[in-house]
Design a protein around this ligand. Structure first.
Ligand code: SF4
Length: 346
């Protein structure tokens, strides 16, 4: 007997293949997509405009495949962190960051991460597996805030999205299609450390915003912080970006964690300006949240402001990202499910 595969996370094309294989009318695929992504039903039997035979066939081969979070906690600033179990019994974290005008969900794309950035808790956890498109989207559809509407989605949780690009692109297709969540791609940002072939493919195949983790403009320093620099030097990634126009609706931004005494000097700011010359972009400065096992420190607020002001004066739009959810370890670079995994294997 077939294992029952989840319907949630299938694209319209995949649903069409499915219904064709069961000998069902082609329009059934759109009906199923509507039940999954707009009406958000819990059971195949709730698909009331499908024939009895169609529901029986679907029940035989499939489950809906959405799962609620196992745990949640709330920061004093209102940020919530959710823990989800994957189909393989692993754990991922998701952050929901509310502001007055937005509800942003920060989704994970992998369990752990293989990229080994030295400032990141997820990197320290190592890589445990890829998430499916359904598991990525479950983090959006299965949190209580989904009822009132999610305004923005950022792929900045656990994992490197471009190392799981097929599933990430599939999830974005579902988010942005009229048969899916019909969300504007301008409300979605995918953050990467800059895996060059993935960057190029992402820009070709998708219209969502791109954020590149830069962290230092000097290659030898970046190598120490981010091993990806060896395989995909930043200059090459930035050269590839020059082929694209970011002056329209699609944006590219650069993430820059400011480490005290390491990358917060005027020399760094000047080199950043040189490196990014000619690219319409924004730099987001991020406060570092120290993690165990590294000597990296955060910069002081005055230095951060001076760094920001210098870049803005030179015409590079630069903002400081508000740190959210620090007290519940939901802020940038702090997501990790090592403890949850240990708990579950006890
Ligand atoms: Fe992976 Fe991103 Fe952490 Fe680097 S910063 S280890 S790519 S999750």
């Amino acid at each position: 007997m077939d294992t029952q595969t989840p319907l949630f996370g299938m694209t319209l094309g995949e649903l069409q293949t499915c219904v064709a294989a069961y000998g069902l009318p082609g329009y059934t695929a759109r009906q199923i997509a509507d039940w999954l992504y707009s009406k958000k039903i819990e059971s195949i039997d709730d698909m009331s405009n499908l024939s009895k035979q169609a529901r029986a066939l679907l029940n035989e081969h499939h489950v809906i495949g959405r799962t609620p979070p196992q745990e949640s906690c709330t920061s004093k600033d209102g940020t919530r962190k959710y823990l989800f179990a994957t189909a393989h019994g692993q754990f991922i974290e998701t952050a929901m960051i509310p502001t007055e005008t937005r509800k942003t969900v920060c989704v994970s794309s992998q369990v752990g991460c293989k990229m080994g950035c030295v400032f990141c808790m997820t990197g320290k956890q190592g890589f445990q597996g890829q998430l499916t498109a359904g598991e990525i989207l479950n983090q959006v559809w299965s949190i209580p805030e989904h009822e009132d509407g999610i305004t923005n989605i950022v792929y900045m949780g656990m994992g490197e999205p471009l190392d799981n690009l097929d599933e990430v692109l599939k999830s974005i297709e579902i988010l942005t299609s009229d048969w899916g969540a019909a969300m504007s791609p301008r409300r979605i940002t995918v953050s990467t450390i800059g895996i060059l072939p993935g960057v190029t493919r992402f820009l070709k195949e998708c219209e969502a915003h791109l954020a590149i983790s830069l962290h230092t403009p000097f290659p030898e320093e970046r190598q120490e912080l981010m091993p990806v620099q060896n395989a995909h030097p930043l200059e090459e990634v930035i050269d590839a970006l020059r082929e694209w126009d970011f002056s329209g609706q699609r944006r590219v931004s650069f993430e820059y964690i400011v480490f005290g005494g390491l990358n917060d000097s005027a020399r760094h700011a000047r080199e950043l300006i040189r490196l990014l010359a000619g690219i319409v972009c924004r730099i987001n400065l991020i406060r570092f949240h120290p993690i165990p096992g590294t000597a990296l420190a955060r910069t002081d607020e005055d230095t951060m402001q001076r760094f920001k002001d210098f870049l803005n004066r030179k015409g590079v739009l630069t903002t400081v990202r508000a740190s959210r959810g620090v007290d519940i370890y939901a802020a940038c670079g702090l997501l990790s499910t090592t403890a949850a995994g240990e708990k579950s294997s006890e």
